[in-house]
Design a protein around this ligand. Structure first.
Ligand code: URA
Length: 201
């Protein structure tokens, strides 16, 4: 098992069921020094196929919403609590989450982001180590010790929640506004003009 760079896991065989269901390990993607690190739950079918996180419908929602706020996906880092696709997209078990925890903590230490954003219930409860009513707490920032350091964690609903329940769109959008502002990204206008700060260079 190789995890020398703090970012890339290969050859892990800690979870027998996930080893059997995965096509490949899905590591985080995005700059290793990103100011903003999103943490999702686990890869789905598209991610398992392509080997990259958030390349399916949830990703379409997230990247689209960030683009509206002037942020490109290339500017942020994104990873998952568990790096292998669970069978039939079931939630990862407590044991699987625990098995993958040190990979996530190593990534947090390596990237050292200004802000961590948890996408949905599983990553929020996993990182904050308590029960969380995510819709109620979405948009709030919590200080929590993760890996080697205290981190600012912003609670956010999962992007897929907006596909099943339109009323979550506003909650999701407000949390993203907060995330972009706290990480110092975006065009700062909040006008949805889609101008990325990368366009300035
Ligand atoms: N949902 C997640 O939580 N993670 C992914 O990588 C894709 C969808």
């Amino acid at each position: 098992m190789d995890h020398m760079d703090g970012l890339t896991v290969s050859g892990c065989e800690r979870c027998p069921e996930l080893c059997a269901s995965r096509s490949q390990i899905v590591n985080g993607s995005g700059p290793a020094d990103a100011a903003l690190l999103f943490v999702g739950e686990a890869p789905g079918a598209r991610e398992d196929e392509q080997g990259r996180p958030f390349v399916g419908r949830s990703g379409d929602v997230l990247w689209g919403a960030l683009r509206e706020r002037g942020v490109l996906r290339e500017e942020v880092r994104i990873t998952n609590c568990v790096r292998c696709r669970p069978p039939e997209n079931r939630d990862p078990t407590a044991e699987e989450l625990a098995n993958c925890r040190d990979y996530l903590e190593a990534e947090l230490d390596r990237v050292d982001p200004d802000l961590v954003v948890t996408l949905g219930k599983v990553p929020t409860e996993h990182l904050l180590e308590r029960d969380v009513a995510v819709t109620k707490e979405a948009g709030t920032v919590v200080e929590h010790r993760l890996g080697g350091a205290p981190r600012r964690v912003l609670v956010c609903v999962h992007p897929a929640a907006t596909l099943y329940d339109r009323s979550q769109e506003e909650t999701f959008g407000a949390a993203l506004d907060e995330a972009v502002a706290l990480a110092g990204l975006g065009d700062g206008t909040g006008d949805g003009s889609g101008q990325s700060r990368l366009g300035d260079y």
